[in-house]
Design a protein around this ligand. Structure first.
Ligand code: THU
Length: 157
């Protein structure tokens, strides 16, 4: 038996100002996207923004439903919309932010497992790393590729 270890490298920023311009703009878009959240059940508002290889940004927000599984997370709302609008373009980066009553959480919003899997799919589709930016009021995390937040990605078919 050999014990193995997985190391994950990511960057922590203290504020939006510390990010480079394109990441800052995407993070700000994710915060603005929270306004589109429809969350009558959880009251947790999530916003996401995807930057495409043509420079366009596509926003998404969580959409809840009385039949719970029929709702959708902000990240998948954004990615499916981006995929449908720009099928020939790559998703270079996704940012997400969350909060209650429109107020950003202090800690970064972290994506659910299903959204990570969908990120992995679009990253594989483009063949290039998709960075993931998790925004919080007191810190921001940036992961260079989806593999960093979904080690041992399923991509066997
Ligand atoms: N939610 C997201 O939009 N993204 C995530 O990655 C995690 C959870 C939403 C789903 C639901 O509307 C609310 O947050 C509470 O789980």
């Amino acid at each position: 038996m050999t014990e193995k270890k997985i190391n994950i490298r990511f960057q922590e920023y203290k504020s939006l100002e510390e990010l480079d311009e394109q990441d800052r703009l995407l993070a700000q878009e994710a915060i603005k996207a929270m306004r589109g959240s429809y969350a009558p059940y959880s009251h947790f508002n999530v916003g996401a923004a995807v930057r495409m290889s043509n420079g366009k940004t596509v926003r998404g927000a969580n959409q809840e439903n009385a039949a719970f599984p029929s709702g959708l997370c902000a990240e998948r709302t954004a990615m499916f919309s981006a995929g449908a609008q720009y099928p020939d373009k790559d998703m270079e980066s996704i940012a997400l932010a969350g909060g209650v009553m429109g107020r950003l959480t202090q800690e970064p919003a972290t994506p659910c497992g299903a959204c990570r899997q969908v990120m992995a799919q679009y990253q594989a589709k483009s063949g290039k790393p998709m960075s993931v930016i998790m925004v919080g009021g007191s810190r921001i995390w940036k992961f260079g590729k989806v593999d960093d937040i979904l080690p041992l990605i399923f991509d066997s078919i």
